[in-house]
Write a protein that binds this ligand. Structure first.
Ligand code: SF4
Length: 243
């Protein structure tokens, strides 16, 4: 039986057991308030810590534009952003995915997920593969080309977010342990267009991403996206050896 405990001012404290209450009474360390219900009073006041208000969710009342690199990476990221209170709209823009058929397979997988989770998506109309290749030519080393690749996609996302009057933008790239989070963050700073980048370490949801990907039966790509990454994936060496 739990016994109610109050301090000298009548403030209710954590309850105790009947055995402990009887011991305190016997030792003169508490006085009996009533037997039915069993209540004891301590002879001193206890300062209780102030009850902390829960932190407000960062996304309440905000619209966020989410750059989507592929269906699997969008699974957990959308779920997490919604839990944070954001109204999420997806944005598809990936001129770095080669060849075209691979781009289409990933885009269709993202569309399947969007339909299943009721996610509105803005599909960028142009496949800017030539612009991507022009951008990275001569700078094909992994770190160099990836920085440019992030910037290109984030810049377009930021531009769309500004046009659509979103409160923030972010990217599913942040969930992948194969991507460079610090570099993504740095490039997002340069790509702002007056709208804030929402950074969160979505990697904690990597395991959940796997589970959700299987649940939605989504296509899983075998390499990052560009022709260089495809060569590296199947050759096992950095493209630097070709330069
Ligand atoms: S490896 Fe991935 S991130 Fe780097 S340039 Fe290629 S597609 Fe972009």
């Amino acid at each position: 039986m739990a016994v109610k405990v109050v301090d000298a001012e009548g403030k209710e404290l954590a309850p105790t057991t009947a055995e402990k209450a009887r011991r305190l009474l016997a030792q003169g360390k508490a006085e009996l308030v009533s037997r039915e219900p069993f209540v004891i009073r301590l002879p001193y006041t206890v300062e209780l810590p102030e009850r902390l208000e829960p932190e407000p969710l960062p996304g309440i009342g905000k619209r966020i534009l989410l750059h989507i690199c592929c269906g699997p990476c969008a699974t957990y990221t959308v779920q997490r952003l919604r839990e944070q209170g954001f109204a999420v709209v997806g944005f598809w823009y990936n001129p770095n995915i080669h060849p075209w058929q691979e781009h289409e397979q990933r885009r269709e997988s993202a569309a399947k997920l969007a339909q299943e989770i009721d996610l509105p998506v803005i599909w960028y109309g142009r496949y800017e593969m030539p612009q991507f290749l022009r951008l990275v030519v001569g700078r094909e080393k992994p770190g160099q080309r990836c920085a440019l690749c992030y910037r290109m996609r984030l810049e377009r996302t930021a531009q769309m977010a500004t046009q659509g009057r979103f409160d923030a933008f972010t990217t599913t790239l942040l969930i992948s342990p194969h991507q460079d989070q610090q570099l993504i963050h740095r490039e997002s700073m340069a790509a702002r267009y007056g709208v804030g980048f929402y950074f969160e370490n979505f990697r904690r949801g990597w395991g959940e991403r796997g589970r959700l990907t299987r649940q939605h039966d989504l296509y899983r790509q075998q390499y990052c996206g560009c022709i260089y990454s495809e060569w590296e994936r199947y050759n096992g060496r950095s493209v630097e050896v070709l330069l």
